[in-house]
Design a protein around this ligand. Structure first.
Ligand SMILES: NC(=O)c1ccc[n+]([C@@H]2O[C@H](COP(=O)([O-])OP(=O)(O)OC[C@H]3O[C@@H](n4cnc5c(N)ncnc54)[C@H](OP(=O)(O)O)[C@@H]3O)[C@@H](O)[C@H]2O)c1
Length: 233
């Protein structure tokens, strides 16, 4: 077992209780995921970049780590994630400038992959996007750049030696989660609630047999645990 400077101890992957680190823990998906994992009894750590976000994470039962993904080093991140069983990356520049998109959705993922490898955190779940999202809408340079950066991050993670899962949610909504989804290697792009994305991520964290797969996710008819079982991996 590995122990990091914060005293986390690695548990058993897929066991009843896991240590999970969330990058993007204060975001729309991230904070829902933190809540889900804490409710399941997991030990959860989360990155945040504003000091005032620490108490919200603590109130949810997670351990906050204050750092800016854009400027922290790979070594800093490795020491923060060391000792965890799984890392979930759900950060994003959220429609910021092209530079910010490259910095967070692109380089932020590269840095996180390198940190996971350095810290020997094998399980890495990446929230990505449908490459063909919004083809029916007028093109914008910023959105095309976002899709290209997301795809490049997928390519980099898929080429790594990690125990990875790439989850591509459709357009995110704040509708209350139905607990039912469609989850498959290929789907038509529609919408999915952030609640359902978070619940699916939490379930994937606990299903180590689902590995080295790109999965697409929309709201749909299947209960989340059953949708994962149906992947037949
Ligand atoms: N919107 C969609 O329809 C859609 C569709 C498919 C996939 N996605 C992807 O789904 C993921 C989650 O989306 P969401 O709606 O939850 O996004 P969100 O609410 O914008 O959350 C993004 C998270 O990233 C964090 N972050 C950004 N820059 C950071 C930095 N420099 N250092 C540390 N943390 C930083 C944010 O921190 P702060 O709280 O400090 O801002 C926040 O926690 C994203 O990767 C997004 O690209 C979105």
């Amino acid at each position: 077992m590995m122990e990091c400077e914060f005293g986390w101890r690695a548990g058993l992957l897929g066991g009843a209780r896991m240590k999970v680190f969330v990058i993007g823990a204060t975001g729309g998906v991230g904070r829902r995921l933190v809540r889900e994992l804490v409710q399941r009894g997991d030990d959860v750590g989360g990155l945040h970049r504003r000091p005032d976000q620490a108490s919200a994470l603590r109130d949810m039962g997670a351990e906050p780590f204050d750092a800016d993904l854009a400027t922290m080093t790979e070594g800093d991140l490795a020491s923060v994630v060391a000792g965890t069983d799984a890392l979930v990356f759900t950060a994003g520049a959220g429609g910021g400038s092209a530079e910010m998109t490259t910095g967070i959705d692109g380089h932020g993922v590269s840095k996180s992959i390198a940190a996971a490898q350095a810290a020997d955190v094998r399980r890495f779940i990446l929230v990505s996007a449908f490459p063909e999202a919004w083809r029916e809408r007028p093109r914008s340079e910023g959105f095309e750049h976002y899709l290209a950066v997301k795809k490049q991050a997928d390519v980099e993670l898929a080429a790594s030696d990690l125990d990875w899962v790439i989850l591509r949610p459709a357009e995110l909504t704040d509708r209350t989660g139905s607990g039912t989804v469609s989850l498959s290697r290929a789907l038509i792009h529609t919408t999915v609630s952030r609640d359902n994305v978070a619940a699916t991520l939490a379930e994937l964290v606990h299903h180590p047999t689902v590995s080295r797969l790109v999965l697409e996710l929309t709201d749909g008819p299947h209960r989340i645990p059953e949708a994962i079982q149906a992947l037949k991996v």
